[in-house]
Design a protein around this ligand. Structure first.
Ligand code: TEU
Length: 559
């Protein structure tokens, strides 16, 4: 088998190995479990597998606290398992994309342990700074997981910076020794046959000085898209993955701007192949405040998606396109319907995303229509960010039940429940004779939402995703066409036109669960087009330019 060499036509399948497949029955997913499911992933049509980190880690942040970049955490397996995974995926034409966390390291990493032992060389790998007074950290910045972004070290009478958990110490990229150490890590995994890299919060690596954020801001202005970030990325590109055109890269951009992404993911900026931006996934936030209950703003969702699609195209820059990942609630629960129109809404959401300009990412279980967790107690949650905010919300005066409701809606654990393979006791996540409970409880709805059932049902969400992915490979207009929004202001319809070398593709979706008669000057004329896909057996009914759209109805037209 050969690998897809053009990321414009590629589709990436993301796995969270801790929750994907457990081969030895210890309740934790592992690499042998992933190897056992490669045919399932290949059957979907994926070209790459992005795995979240499985390096040595104390697991305070489920592996995003790396203690050794050169070795596999024993809970996931061995380096031989990694070699087998890379080789077996390669036999199926699938490249591995590893997740590299270089903004910070675990406080159990050797570099940090040596710094804490007073080694001046390694102290310079981190941000140790004097406070502004007894018990007063160097700045008023807040961690993204809640609480201050500094931890005091009495032995030094200094504080160290951690933008995330206190067990995740930020690396000082101003230090060339840090940058060279990172390059060595990337080159090592390139030598092992890794064909892609996802860089975790890579737009936070350049800090712009340490001052208080005025007006009680959380400090993000002082480190987001910082002054030398593009220099660092270009240097990393030219020293490592940029030497191999077969390697694709994606940067996770926390709170970035479109203008910055023209550079991060520009065709000739020599930084990254593409970016994850998250503005479209904040339309049910209050500004940047996630821990509130706000209905999704559909109009803002469309405007953001179309702004990014048209402007990134105009600047020859490339997006990842996605609804889900291991940090986001399940899209069918968030924007779709878990009930009567579960299947139609899951297929509609997939269609809206997969016909856009960009590289689609399918998160494990999204292709099955897996839903948010069905947890009714805070004890069932494991995510450090969620547990912190459960306490923070109550300190702000919310009753426990109200705080729990917010956690249930926004928790990252919603996407981390064990993959639902079949309707058996633990959804097939573990071997049938396993005795250990999965590390996170299986959703009870695995009795009807599971891979076995959907593989057997030709009308399933899984098979619909297969058709969508195949369509991208068949019709170049999807990979290479421009994007023309249609009816941007319509309160229900999400529609756009793609054009490429004389071909046109039109995607129309009713984004909501009620019927809608769609008329007006912006309604496209699809006479002469072929309906190449849809989430109802046929339709919609179109008469004299008037479309009768059923709940969540979507259709794709091509000529
Ligand atoms: O996420 C970056 C990040 O900010 C996330 O925490 C996410 O945006 C936030 O939870 C939304 O509220 C990356 C990883 O994807 C995440 O799993 C890690 O926890 C985080 O970085 C720290 O490495």
């Amino acid at each position: 088998m050969t690998f897809t060499t053009d990321f414009h036509k590629a589709v990436v399948y993301q796995i969270y190995p801790k929750s994907f497949a457990d081969s030895n029955g210890d309740g934790l997913g592992d690499l042998k479990g992933v190897i056992g499911k490669l045919d399932y992933i290949a059957g979907l049509g994926a070209d790459y597998i992005w795995s979240t980190p499985f390096f040595v880690s104390p697991q305070h942040d489920n592996g995003y606290d790396v203690a050794d970049y050169y070795d596999v955490d024993p809970a996931y397996g061995t380096m031989d398992d990694v070699d087998e995974l890379i080789a077996e995926a390669g036999k199926r034409g699938i490249g591995l994309m590893f997740d590299m966390v270089f903004n910070h390291v675990s406080t159990e990493h050797e570099w940090f342990r040596k710094a804490m032992a007073g080694d001046p060389y390694y102290k310079r790998f981190f941000f140790f700074r004097k406070g502004k007074g007894p018990g007063v950290p160097p700045t008023n910045w807040e961690s993204k997981f809640g609480g201050p972004a500094w931890r005091y070290v009495p032995e030094f009478d200094e504080w160290y910076l951690h933008l995330f958990d206190p067990t995740q110490a930020d690396l000082d990229w101003e230090n060339p020794d840090v940058r060279h150490a990172v390059q060595d890590i990337v080159r090592f995994w390139m030598s092992k046959g890794v064909r892609g890299f996802r860089f975790d919060v890579i737009n936070l690596i350049s800090k712009a000085g340490f001052e208080d954020d005025p007006d009680g801001g959380d400090g993000r202005a002082f480190y987001t898209d910082g002054p030398r970030v593009h220099e660092y990325l270009r240097e990393l590109n030219e020293a490592t993955f940029g030497t191999d055109p077969g390697i694709i890269t994606v940067g996770e951009m926390s709170s970035t701007s479109m203008e910055q992404c023209y550079r991060y993911a520009g065709a000739d900026t020599h930084e990254l192949s593409m970016v994850f931006s998250f503005h479209h996934l904040k339309v049910d936030f209050m500004g940047n405040e996630k821990w509130v209950l706000v209905p999704p703003d559909f109009g803002r969702l469309k405007r953001i998606v179309f702004d990014w699609q048209t402007n990134m195209a105009a600047h020859d820059a490339w997006n990842a396109v996605f609804w889900c990942n291991h940090d986001q609630p399940r899209v069918v629960s968030r924007f779709g319907d878990e009930g009567r129109y579960w299947k139609e809404s899951a297929k509609m959401l997939a269609t809206v995303m997969h016909c856009l300009r960009g590289t689609p990412y399918v998160y494990q279980g999204e292709e099955l229509g897996m839903t948010n967790a069905d947890y009714d107690s805070i004890e069932q949650f494991r995510d450090v960010e969620s547990l912190n905010h459960y306490e923070i919300l109550q300190r702000k005066g919310l009753k426990a039940a109200d705080a729990l409701r917010i956690i249930q809606v926004h928790s990252r654990d919603n996407s981390r429940t064990p993959m639902q393979w079949d309707d058996s006791r633990y959804a097939g996540f573990e071997p049938a004779d396993a005795t250990a409970e999965p590390w996170l409880a299986v959703n009870a709805n695995h009795d009807r939402i599971n891979a076995a059932a959907e593989l057997a049902d030709p009308d399933s969400i899984y098979h619909y995703y297969r058709k969508l992915i195949a369509l991208r490979k068949e019709l170049d207009v999807i990979a290479f066409g421009d994007v023309e929004p249609i009816a941007t202001d319509d309160p229900d319809v999400f529609a756009y036109r793609r054009r490429w070398q004389g071909h046109e593709l039109i995607m129309v979706a009713n984004f909501h669960g009620h019927e809608r008669e769609w008329t007006g000057a912006e309604v496209p004329d699809v006479s002469g087009f072929e309906r190449v896909l849809g989430n109802y057996a046929n339709g919609p009914a179109i008469d004299g330019g008037v479309w009768q759209l059923r709940p969540y109805e979507t259709s794709v037209w091509y000529r």
